[in-house]
Design a protein around this ligand. Sequence first.
Ligand code: SF4
Length: 99
Amino acid sequence: MQKTTRRDAVIHCMRIVSAACLLPAAMRASAAELACVEPGSASLRESLSYVDPAADAKQQCGTCGFFAADEAKPSCGQCMIMSGAVSRTAHCESWSAKG
Ligand code: SF4
C-alpha cells in the first residue's frame, strides 16, 4: 500500500480547490455559447433593445438581412450589426427583412 505524505495531501487539496474555482467559469462560458451571447456587445444590445425571443415571430434574427446562419450552432448566427453571435429567435431595433 502506498503511503500518502503530507506533501501529497496538500497537492491533492490544491487540485480540488483549483478545480472548484475554474469549474464555474467554464460553466459560464459554456452557457454563453449555448445562449448565443457575444459578451463584448452587451451595451450595443441594450441600446438596440435586443431581446430573445422576439415579440413578433416574423421579425426574428433568422429572417433579418444582417443575419448569417452558423452551421456549428444552428440556434445561433452571426449578426453584422452586433459583430458577433446572436440567437436565431431574437430581435433588435435594427431588424431589416432579408432582401
Ligand atoms: S440586426 Fe438585430 S434583428 Fe438583425 S440579426 Fe442583428 S440582432 Fe438580429
